[in-house]
Design a protein around this ligand. Structure first.
Ligand SMILES: [Zn+2]
Length: 319
């Protein structure tokens, strides 16, 4: 409550209009702008997701993606068409390298661009603007100091974690250490990252992070190589005799267990992974149960499966 009061004070001081919404409510509820009575229940669900994830890297990645979803949803509810975020050059450089390490290379331009149009929704488009992306952290703190501006620092479960526990934190230390001796490190990483743009004319978006999915990759791509390496590790010598497609069939056959109920949940997980990007698939595979995911993700997946099933049924009649 103390935090809420601090935020309120700050907004009132600068005469800004504000809405304070609990994170869990924004993730799960469609009615989060009004007081929601189920906030405790949502908090438990959210807590379950993070307790279920074993790795801090995945936790941090999931937090970022859920936060993005929550903000996008609020913007939609408030009928905003522009959204401003406050990342500086330093923060974006860390994000850029972490994204590459996490397998989110194709999403870099969405995550660090100056004005990114989020066109997932057919009806509206939401532009994310990052006005401070060319300023360094130092420049911003000096500006705030000289102009006597107040700010608010929000801490979460990641704030006090060790630097070796997650890819994101290790990347941060790597950049910080380099920056000490080579002051142009951050801007070099940032400028190089700006030149990276995805080649695909995005046809598919990830269900969880709404990022671009790697579809129709060439057989020599890093993605296919990773997939093949995974199959070889799982299947051993057998993998060498079969092609990648055959391997997939073989894998599904092996997983079938005589009509017991355990298959249903496993099935949904496997189906949902097909609608996720490489990095999000990792997160979901680490989750024991999908029950705590936001309803809209599960519903979208069910719709997709329904559509797939229908397509399968009528495919012989199509010209
Ligand atoms: Zn994703």
């Amino acid at each position: 409550m103390d935090q809420v009061n601090k935020i309120k004070k700050l907004f009132e001081k600068y005469g800004l209009t504000y809405h304070i919404v609990k994170f869990a409510a924004a993730v799960y509820s469609d009615n989060c702008l009004n007081e929601d009575i189920n906030v405790d229940q949502y908090n438990d669900k959210l807590q379950n997701i993070f307790n279920n994830l074993s790795d801090l890297t995945l936790k941090e990645d999931m937090l970022m993606k859920l936060r993005k979803r929550a903000i996008t949803k609020l913007a939609d509810l408030l009928k905003c068409t522009r959204m401003m975020t406050a990342e500086n050059e330093h923060k974006l450089s860390i994000r850029l390298l972490s994204n590459v390490a996490l397998g989110r290379g194709s999403q870099i331009s969405l995550d660090i661009g100056l004005a990114v149009n989020n066109k997932n929704n057919d009806k509206t488009s939401l532009v994310t603007i990052r006005p401070m992306r060319n300023l360094s952290a130092k420049e911003i703190s000096y500006y705030a100091l000289f102009n006597k501006l107040d700010d608010f620092l929000h801490s979460n479960f990641l704030t006090a974690t060790s630097e070796d526990e997650s890819i994101q934190k290790t990347t941060e230390r790597f950049i910080n250490d380099l920056q000490v001796n080579f002051p142009s490190t951050v801007s070099t990483i940032f400028r190089t990252g700006e030149k990276i743009s995805e080649k695909t004319s995005a046809i598919a978006y990830c269900l969880l992070c709404q990022g671009v999915m790697d579809v129709d990759m060439s057989p020599s791509s890093a993605m296919e190589a990773t997939k093949y390496s995974k199959y070889v590790s799982l299947m051993g010598v057998k993998a060498l005799k079969l092609s990648l497609k055959e391997l997939k069939n073989e894998e599904t056959n092996e997983k079938k267990c005589n009509g017991c109920k355990c298959r249903n949940k496993q099935d949904l997980k496997e189906e949902i992974v097909e609608s996720l990007c490489y990095a999000c698939a990792h997160i979901i595979q680490d989750l024991e149960s999908l029950d705590d995911l936001p309803e809209e993700i599960l519903n979208k997946e069910k719709d997709r499966l329904q559509f797939k099933k229908m397509e399968e049924q009528i495919k012989d009649f199509l010209l």
